[in-house]
Design a protein around this ligand. Structure first.
Ligand SMILES: [Zn+2]
Length: 276
């Protein structure tokens, strides 16, 4: 059996501040270790449950948070950006029996959750697919679905887990890694308890392989983005494929979810490339 892990940092036990998420920030190096240990806990539990190979996507920030020297030799690691499948790059080298979303977080328009956002807290407020609010977890699940891979496990704070269950359905394992008090505060178990929860959820998830349908969003897909600044909406509307729906909102009709991902990656990197 082969499994795929998309790893983010905001939902990891102990991570509560923006400083934790950025190189150079207070305790960032520690947060990398917590993310690395969390990823390894999932890999080891999957291996013990029968996995022969795993692909991990480092899907946060610069895509170079996980300490690759610590990973076991049955794991391959996707690092750095840009890449057309974003947080799910590597899913295309399947087949995989399932995927796990680890350290994910609630979406930008959820009033609760630690460090909740969708793709970028600086320039995106909300993303909708075919009129329904879509978190990063939904976009990742739909990209996995395009390759026939079901999401079998999510790991986040309690708000993120509840949101992902409501979006993706109850037929998946989940690990709650902290209780959110708000955007920058949480009640955290000890790291060893969080790692034990990840191992337990992974064991449950591997047992679900073959029993869960992939989450699919068939094309064409209508992508709407509420941006945080008028200028980005204005600037994107210069593209003939983009329609401006309001001062802050643009719409793009994508042929499929893979084109949605390419558009979002283009947006993220065009924005980064034009930022001072
Ligand atoms: Zn992140």
């Amino acid at each position: 059996m082969r499994f795929y892990i998309s790893a983010d940092i905001e939902g990891i036990c102990g991570v509560v501040s923006r400083e934790h998420t950025r190189p150079g920030g207070f305790e960032y190096e520690a947060a990398r270790d917590w993310m690395t240990q969390s990823t390894i806990a999932v890999c080891e539990a999957a291996r013990e449950a029968g996995a022969t190979e795993l692909v991990v996507s480092d899907s946060h920030g610069n895509g170079q948070n996980i300490r690759m020297e610590a990973l076991p030799d049955y794991v391959q690691l996707v690092r750095s950006w840009p890449r057309p499948l974003g947080m799910m790059q590597g899913i295309e080298i399947g087949p995989f029996d399932g995927c796990f979303l680890v350290g994910y977080h609630a979406g930008g328009s959820n009033p609760g959750g630690v460090l909740s956002h969708t793709m970028s807290s600086e320039f995106i407020h909300e993303i909708r697919l075919n009129g329904t609010v879509a978190s990063e977890a939904v976009i990742s699940a739909a990209l996995a679905g395009a390759y026939g891979v079901p999401v079998l496990m999510v790991a986040s704070d309690d708000v993120g887990v509840a949101e992902m269950r409501s979006e993706l359905g109850d037929h998946l394992a989940a690990a709650t890694l902290k209780q959110a008090y708000g955007s920058y505060s949480a009640l955290n178990p000890s790291l060893s308890v969080a790692l034990a929860r990840l191992r337990m959820a992974t064991t449950e998830a591997v047992a679900l392989a073959g029993k869960v349908e992939p989450y699919r969003i068939d094309g064409p897909v209508e992508l709407e983005i509420d941006l945080r600044t008028r200028f980005v909406a204005e600037w994107l509307s210069y593209l003939p494929a983009v329609e401006r729906r309001g001062a802050y909102t643009i719409r793009y009709r994508a042929v499929d979810i893979l084109a949605v991902s390419r558009f979002l990656m283009f947006l993220a990197f065009a924005r980064m490339a034009t930022s001072p």
